[in-house]
Ligand binder design. Sequence first.
Ligand code: ADP
Ligand code: TRP
Length: 331
Amino acid sequence: MNKGIALTGIKPTGVCHIGNYFGAIQPALELTKEYDARYFIADYHALNSIKNSAIIQEYTYEVAATWLACGLDPQKSLVYRQSQVPETFDLSTILLAFTSKGLMNRAHAYKAMVQTNEELGRDIDDGVNMGLFTYPVLMAADILLFDADVVPVGQDQAQHLEMTIDIAQSFNHNYGKELLTIPKPLIRKETQTVIGLDGRKMSKSYNNTIPMFLPSKKLKKLIMKIVTNSQTIEEAKDPDTCNVFTLYKLFAGDDQQSDLRKRYQAGGMGWGDAKQALFELMEEHLGPIRERYNQIMADKPYIDKILDEGSVKAREIASEKMRFLKKEIGM
Ligand code: ADP
Ligand code: TRP
């Protein structure tokens, strides 16, 4: 029996943080047990915001090394650069003809920029490039080109997935056939929105991230910056409203969680102690992955080889799909 297909992409716009890890990378790696996986670096998506060639190149290596260090096996799963699969852009152009402008007007990222411009009294399209405006169409092409059944992402991508489904349905409806596979988002409830240092959603754009592979000392320093309230050491504390505990739960097993919960509720534990417990647990989990990551990052030709080979295989699948689709639409 054919396995289902799992697909996701990460933009090379910065080093991966633990929001990316729990929201996308870890669920994606779990899916590789049951699905054929296609996990890629969304470099054309990154181009909307990063126009420096050296930086985008470096972030591409960092994202690829993160996947590999976390356990992605390139013998079993495809890992590739979006920009090395030009069929994506072929499909993207086709999909544009099935996407209403109104749908794009409603996309969160575009709407947020328009709103900021309005608030600042600027022209509403100030700083909006067409790549940003049509971002959801390119993302739909990434997904539909590979007949993805399931797409592991964080909550912030839910709207993009809905738009992908919308576009695919319009296309299928027009030709009266299921030419494009309708994908399902996989958004894990417990990790759909990982919080950052300040308790808001962890995001590069909020400058509140905990990067996955900070050296030990820097990681500790950053954890000490997590925002807490001003309760004294003696006071009993509520774990369920605490940023430190919320992050701790991501890494902890049930026993560890209930132990720390008791220490919160008993009083006599300061924020420094709670942060130390989080730091130690993170070190235990991320330390070994960081070591692999550093080794992989020291061998860029190896990363290039993996991405090049992955891209060749991805193109074989993609070009077959494009041949099929073009014939179906009369081209
Ligand atoms: P960022 O928002 O930091 O720019 P990306 O847009 O590159 O991160 O996100 C890559 C993947 O990680 C996406 O699937 C996204 O939904 C997921 N992700 C990003 N931030 C979080 C978060 N704070 N919690 C859960 N998932 C997240
Ligand atoms: N838009 C996603 C993000 O901002 C990245 C992405 C691009 C993606 N293409 C994709 C995710 C296809 C899943 C599937 O994080």
